[in-house]
Design a protein around this ligand. Structure first.
Ligand code: CA
Length: 564
């Protein structure tokens, strides 16, 4: 039986279009144990594990498959391969999900599409919904024992090998896509009816790059807090560290927790009601930027708990303005003031991690510095992997000389960091391949993300809107999340199910006007005066949520409208 996207073979069960399940009986299907390098017959693909797992409390019965692709010796003499895992449920819904992972990749995360790895799933894993899920390490091992001596830079060392850079940027995704679809065909006797990808942070970046490079190969793309300009965002790390040092030479002391809480409280005081309801959330982000002035918090005299020093005001003003070179050229993006800036995740990224082996230095000063030094600049700088050395690399980073290295190539590194890390059309997005196939993209972004600026994503989306004659919402939608930090957290409704919204859009042509978000029970930063069941609509940018009357804790009391 031929499976078509028009549902010829399919049953309408409830509200969802579900492929008729004939898993074990389908012609050409094989059992889990019979999936092997030999039966798959794909060059350079090794299957190392094929194990049928029974159902558990968490997941349905499924086939766990592990393997490697393109085993090779790199230019640095080290071993590389794309490590991967697939989980194929016995009761398959006909859909395929590529789970894109965060950080520097370098680890095969369990291919369960689990909410702990991928928020935006509304608490239910993709595997338990019946998806076949793929996860990969994007072509390198972050725990290669050969890199042990590199200390905290070990997970960045792959940046010395050109192919590993390309795989991390986009090539592993391109390589794995037909392999995963072939495995699905072997297991079930038919190809996936619908294919999706989803990820947040670096995973969101993968999704954005793939939506641009291979928008024809997946029906739906879901990108969270995406690092669309990741090398440029890494230049911001150096800018942050150098400017925080103006407030205190020890950046961990540059802003206390109380200082950041003071700033966030002032943002709420000035901006909260601009969206029509004082509810602890800044929905009208643009109006807020015009109304809020950090200088109003500057101490008239000595520092007290209710004000900031002049150095702190200068430091944060420069950080929020984004990095510039000596000629004043913007090198990344500016940032909006929002109610989530006092949260622990914001602090973890920019100011202080609380991780003793890192000397409690923030994430940008450790992982961020290693990435900028080894991966995002050409030629790479072999910075020793101690907290002090990594911090020193950022402190001495020159915004004229060094910032250009994210665009540089040489004999050993023929593609620049921006070339392999960013979507090829990032500065002038068109998503031509995606549009030609009527495929879809959903992007969401926390307004208080400390590592990738929501303003950069908004600017990208507005350019896409111009490039598509104002019709961007027919194929791409952006949802900003007030108060949310990087991918989750902060005083926000940070639990939402983008995957269901996407499948409905693709399969039932039901475009998501808004997406209902709820507070997470696990989120300790939800203010005490909010209902534990608060819901809010996330609105299709540039619309924002506006209170229309009724229960202020319910999404039903809001409408999405474009601010005047
Ligand atoms: Ca509000």
């Amino acid at each position: 039986m031929r499976i078509s996207k028009h549902g010829m073979c399919c049953l309408l069960i409830g509200a969802k279009l579900v492929a008729s399940v004939a898993t074990a009986q389908a012609a050409g299907a094989v059992s889990c144990a019979d999936i092997s390098s030999q039966s798959l017959k794909l060059k350079n693909v090794k299957i190392t594990k094929a194990e049928a797992l029974p159902s558990s409390d968490k997941y349905p019965a499924h086939c766990l498959l592990q393997g490697t692709v393109n085993d090779r010796t790199g230019a640095d003499g080290k071993h590389y391969a794309i490590g991967f895992e697939m989980r194929l449920p016995d009761d398959w819904n006909g859909r395929f999900l590529y789970q894109l992972n965060g950080g520097n990749d370098g680890e095969v995360i369990e291919a369960t599409g689990d909410p702990k790895e991928m928020n935006a799933l509304g608490g239910k894993s993709a595997l338990s919904r019946g998806f076949s899920v793929l996860s990969s390490d994007s072509g390198h091992s972050g725990k290669d024992p050969a890199n042990h001596d590199a200390g905290l830079a070990a997970s960045n060392m792959f940046g010395l090998d050109e192919q590993a850079r390309l795989d991390y940027g986009f090539a592993a995704d391109r390589t794995m896509t037909p392999i995963a679809k072939a495995i699905i065909r072997l297991r079930y006797g038919r190809r996936p009816q619908f294919s999706y990808m989803e990820g947040c942070s670096n995973g969101g970046r993968h999704v954005m790059v793939d939506a641009s490079r291979m928008g024809d190969l997946y029906d739906g793309f879901i990108a969270g807090d995406p690092g669309i300009d990741l090398p440029r965002a890494a230049v911001q790390h150096a800018w942050d560290v150098q400017n925080l040092s103006l407030a205190d030479p020890d950046i961990r002391k540059s802003f206390s927790r109380d200082d950041m809480a003071l700033i966030a409280a002032k943002v709420i005081e000035i901006c909260d009601a601009l969206d029509g309801l004082a509810d602890g959330m800044v929905d009208n982000l643009r109006a807020c930027q015009k109304a809020f002035h950090l200088e109003e918090l500057k101490c008239p005299g000595a520092k007290t708990p209710t004000c900031l020093t002049g150095e702190q005001v200068t430091a944060l003003t420069r950080i929020m303005g984004g990095p510039r070179n000596a000629a004043g050229k913007q090198l990344y993006s500016d940032w909006p003031y929002d109610g989530g800036m006092g949260s622990s995740n914001w602090r973890f990224w920019k100011i202080e991690s609380g991780i003793p082996p890192w000397n409690n230095e923030p994430l940008i000063a450790i992982m961020g510095a290693g990435s900028l030094s080894y991966i995002f600049t050409s030629p790479p700088t072999k910075t020793p992997g101690t907290p002090n050395d990594l911090l020193a690399f950022l402190k001495s980073f020159d915004f004229d000389r060094d910032a250009q290295k994210i665009y540089a190539t040489d004999g050993a590194y023929k593609v620049s960091a921006m070339g392999f890390m960013a979507p090829p059309d990032v500065d002038n997005p068109k998503l031509l391949k995606l549009r030609a196939k009527n495929h879809k993209l959903i992007v969401y972004h926390g307004q208080s993300d400390a590592v990738f600026s929501v303003n950069d994503t908004i600017r990208w989306y507005e350019r896409l809107a111009v490039n598509s004659g104002g019709n961007a919402s027919t194929f791409a939608r952006l949802y900003t999340v007030p108060g949310m930090n990087h991918c989750a957290g902060g005083p926000s409704t940070d639990s939402f199910d983008m995957l269901s919204a996407m499948t409905e859009w693709v399969e039932q042509h039901k475009a998501p006007d808004h997406i209902v978000a709820t507070v997470s029970a696990a989120n300790k930063e939800v203010p005490a005066n909010w209902s534990k069941t608060r819901t809010r609509p996330l609105c299709n940018w540039p619309a924002v949520a506006r209170y229309k009357g009724g229960d202020p804790e319910s999404a039903n009391s809001f409408v999405c409208e474009i601010p005047k």
